[in-house]
Design a protein around this ligand. Structure first.
Ligand code: SF4
Length: 327
């Protein structure tokens, strides 16, 4: 299209009707030269009733595993150490491929790529989190001990109206399995407060999950209408004042738990991938642990892109302060 435009010197418009096809080998603009995001699939089939993605991005389609492996192998050759696999629901990766490959199998293949040091992925839908995948997280040494597993709401009635296709009990059961198989796993989540029809009792179930799972962090949202979604037309929209009150209670429950979790890391030595310098103090470097926690410590900027060991000295709620113990 660019060539046509260059030759014709006029606007070129093309609407492609083959939305099932994935275009490979397009150039990517990458922000870092040591960590990369790699799409493994596009679209979503889940139709959560509050979400526009299935309407705007279309149905789920997976890239062929060979294409993903080739891309990551090339990235590793160029020095990329950390790969984050992206998809709306990576746990259902491979279902649309002729040659079936599960997400756990894909992780196993990426784990073998020389040069890759860390593998992350998001997002995971609880309904598709298989035992096979839990074992892959446990057994692939490059897969980081962090899982972002959105639960959205704790009440089974609300989950049903959200069309999430799991119950509170199933979610907690998954978390128990994960913690048993990967004891040092850090868990993060997404939570929506004030979904249509949410009662005080429903909201208590959300708080109950937060207390039981003890998340390491959470993206918390006040429910807001997305036009064109089924939830936008649901009756019993929750008034803003109630949503805000519940939201504050959620933060008041969550924040001390996050801090408690971080406090356990005091005096521990953690591996950090150095990502850059602090905005506020140029002598301070920032990076992330395998469990995806943000760490600040003094060091030279030559360490950016390196894996270093840092002893945690002062845990805070949203980050950890530490001291470099090797170079
Ligand atoms: S919330 Fe996630 S899983 Fe649900 S429809 Fe949207 S993209 Fe799909």
């Amino acid at each position: 299209m660019l060539t046509k435009h260059e030759n014709a010197k006029k606007m070129i418009i093309d609407v492609w009707d083959d939305s099932a096809h994935i275009v490979e080998n397009l150039p990517s603009k990458r922000k870092y030269d040591f960590k990369a995001f790699v799409n493994i699939m596009y679209g979503c089939n889940n139709f959560c009733t509050y979400c526009v993605v299935p309407y705007t991005r279309g149905r789920e389609k997976s890239r062929k595993s060979e294409k993903i492996i080739d891309e990551i192998t090339e990235l590793a050759k160029k020095g990329y150490k950390e790969i984050t696999l992206l998809g709306q629901n990576v746990n259902s990766y491979g279902k649309t491929l002729d040659k079936k490959v599960t997400f756990a199998e894909l992780l196993g293949e990426i784990n073998k790529i020389e040069g890759v040091e860390r593998i992350r992925f998001m997002t995971s839908h609880p309904k598709d989190l298989s035992d096979e995948l839990i074992y892959a997280i446990r057994d692939c040494e490059k897969v980081c001990e962090h899982l972002h597993l959105p639960f959205q709401a704790g009440s089974n009635q609300v989950l049903k109206r959200m069309n999430r296709k799991y119950t509170k009990e199933q979610y907690l059961n998954l978390v128990n399995k994960l913690k048993k198989e990967v004891p040092n796993i850090s868990l993060t989540t997404d939570i929506i407060v004030g979904f249509p029809g949410e009662t005080e009792d429903d909201f208590e179930h959300t708080l109950d999950i937060v207390k039981k799972v003890r998340f390491d962090s959470a993206f918390t949202f006040l429910y807001s209408i997305r036009e064109g979604t089924p939830a936008a037309k649901m009756e019993n929209q929750v008034p803003d004042a109630i949503k805000k009150r519940r939201f504050q209670r959620l933060l008041d429950t969550l924040t001390p738990i996050v801090f408690e979790n971080n406090k356990k890391l005091k005096n521990q030595v953690v591996e950090v991938l150095v990502e850059g310098v602090s905005k506020n103090d140029k002598s301070v470097l920032t990076g992330r642990t395998r469990t995806n926690k943000l760490v600040h410590f003094k060091g030279k900027k030559e360490l950016i892109s390196k894996l270093v060991n840092v002893k945690i000295t002062t845990p805070k709620t949203f980050y950890l302060e530490g001291e470099l113990i090797n170079k």
